[in-house]
Ligand binder design. Structure first.
Ligand code: HEM
Ligand SMILES: [Cu+2]
Length: 486
């Protein structure tokens, strides 16, 4: 190909990827407020404001909110990363559109199952509950839920494989995993985003395989009536869930490595430490999920111990290396703080806070007391809502501003950030307080033994209101820029 033809092709790919990012992002603008308001509603119900609210509705809302949020941010994280990756490699946009269409079908089935069919087994649908609902929901609702998940699984597996294919076109596996850095070489250069996304996509495939096995065992039970082994089912679902949630965070970190340097004018390169950290993640991600099964006394004891150590060691390399490097990036330099770069940075700090809370809970002695208390939603809302969600919202603003060229309104941006921080951390502190007082999670209405839960939920609604105003201001500023980017 001539140089002109190569350039023309690059421009065409860029335009295609940009359009894709705009459309996926539009979906996020619709789904995030709906799923967020469902969370708000749950806090109202737990405040005892509507004592007659049917508990089964609470559980179907809880299920939709949980699975919806986890899926939404995974998908938007992939979109952001594909956009940023396209500077280095050529992801196939047709595959992304295919995943988009299938994702819509899967989401529709899950909405019908939860809102229409009252399916309320919680987002990780622990076996055998889904088909033993005590007639709260019908078996068809469970069928819809599992088929919906299966469709999402197909869509996302194809998507991840295509990203790996695009990376493999330019980098060999050991280059993509930066193994040559471990041997002391720095050529050819592996951008951190390539390394992190390769690790994430390989891990994702193992998670989706576990999900396939899980769904097949559900199907086998449904069709033949032969029960599956509940311990195996729990291992499979938590392997899948833990991996999905973790790689979503890693996608956020990949965004950080690629976007923050654009605001600090300092390059952020892979080195031996970064390469070591992410290869450790790839290895340990297989074992950390055991921390979800500490209360299962039938689980082999060795797994419990491995789970605790893997959970400790997985958080050290990636998080510590990333957080210290991010601080070093902004130290003694003039950072261009926009709404976008600030959100990406604050999200990284939220990831750190949530990570500490998670490591505390992954200690067996502590988990013994905190298991299934509000400590659990406390820590995962920290690294989700105030972590990866802020990073991705930061990316969306960055992307929309880049293409619309509308300058930042720094006063409004500052107000927005303060509202999000005060509302968000206030909301989280109420979950943490509940955890410290051993208030259980997943209660629609708290019995009198847990009356502290009601007070905490009431205070929480004030903070969620502040958060809502902050997010609304964010949306107003971002959607304006997004709309101008078409
Ligand atoms: C927008 C603000 C949000 C609010 C007000 C909110 C509120 C809530 C509430 C009240 C619960 C139930 C806690 C319990 O008693 O067990 C919950 C559960 C949950 N939320 Fe959120 N949430 C928000 C954002 C998010 C985000 C951004 C994510 C993930 C990306 C998320 C994921 C989840 C998950 C996975 C569950 C557990 C569902 C289950 O137990 O099956 N939430 N949320
Ligand atoms: Cu986990």
């Amino acid at each position: 190909m001539t140089e002109v033809a190569i350039k023309a092709e690059a421009i065409e790919v860029e335009a295609k990827v940009k359009k894709l990012t705009l459309i996926w992002t539009g979906l996020t603008f619709v789904l995030f407020p709906i799923l967020g308001l469902l969370g708000f509603l749950m806090r109202f119900v737990q405040s005892n404001i509507f004592p007659a609210f049917p508990p089964e509705w609470f559980y179907s809302i809880l299920t939709l909110h949980g699975v919806g949020m986890v899926g939404l941010w995974y998908v938007e994280g992939m979109t952001a990363v594909i956009y940023l990756l396209s500077k280095y490699v050529k992801p196939n946009t047709a595959v992304s559109w295919f995943s988009f269409a299938l994702t819509l079908v899967g989401v529709a089935l899950i909405i019908i199952s939860t809102i229409g069919g009252k399916f309320g087994a919680g987002w990780y649908f622990l076996y055998p509950l889904p088909y033993k609902s005590a007639e709260i929901w019908s078996n068809w609702a469970t069928d819809f839920y599992l088929i919906g998940l299966g469709i999402l699984g197909i869509a996302w597996t194809v998507w991840v494989i295509d990203v790996l294919r695009a990376i493999a076109q330019r980098y060999s596996l050991n280059q993509a995993l930066a193994w040559h850095y471990l041997a002391g070489k720095v050529e050819p250069e592996t951008p951190p985003i390539i390394l992190i996304v390769t690790v994430s996509c390989i891990a994702a495939i193992t998670g989706f395989l576990a999900a396939v096995a899980l769904l097949l065992l559900f199907l086998f039970d449904r069709v033949s009536g032969t029960p599956a082994d509940p311990l195996l089912m729990k291992n499979l679902v938590f392997y899948f869930g833990h991996v999905l949630v973790n790689i979503t965070m890693y996608l956020g970190v990949a965004i950080l490595y690629e976007v923050l340097p654009q605001y600090t004018q300092r390059p952020w390169k892979t080195n031996k430490l970064v390469a070591f950290a992410w290869n450790t993640v790839l290895f340990l991600v297989l074992f950390a999920y055991f921390h979800h099964l500490y209360m299962d006394f039938v689980q082999p004891k060795a797994f419990q111990i491995i789970g605790q150590f893997a959970s400790y060691f997985i958080s050290v390399p990636a998080a510590v290396v990333t957080i210290f490097s991010a601080l070093a990036m902004i130290y003694r330099t003039k950072v261009n703080w926009t709404l976008g770069s600030s959100l990406v940075f604050l999200g990284t700090m939220g990831w750190a806070v949530g990570g500490v809370a998670a490591v505390i809970d992954s200690s067996i002695a502590v988990n013994f007391r905190f298991h299934n208390t509000l400590w659990v939603p406390a820590h995962f809302h920290t690294y989700f809502l105030m972590g990866v969600v802020l990073m991705i919202l930061g990316f969306i603003y960055h992307f929309s501003q880049e293409h619309s060229k509308i300058p930042d309104n720094s006063k409004l941006a500052r107000l927005t950030l303060w509202l999000i921080l005060i509302g968000g951390y206030g909301f989280l502190s109420m979950f943490y307080t509940g955890g410290a007082l051993f208030v259980p999670r997943r209660y629609a209405l708290y019995p009198s033994t847990f009356s502290a839960g009601v007070t905490i939920a009431q205070i929480s609604t004030v903070f969620v209101s502040i958060l809502t105003i902050g997010l609304l201001l964010y949306l107003i500023q971002t959607i304006r820029r997004w709309a101008r980017s078409f």
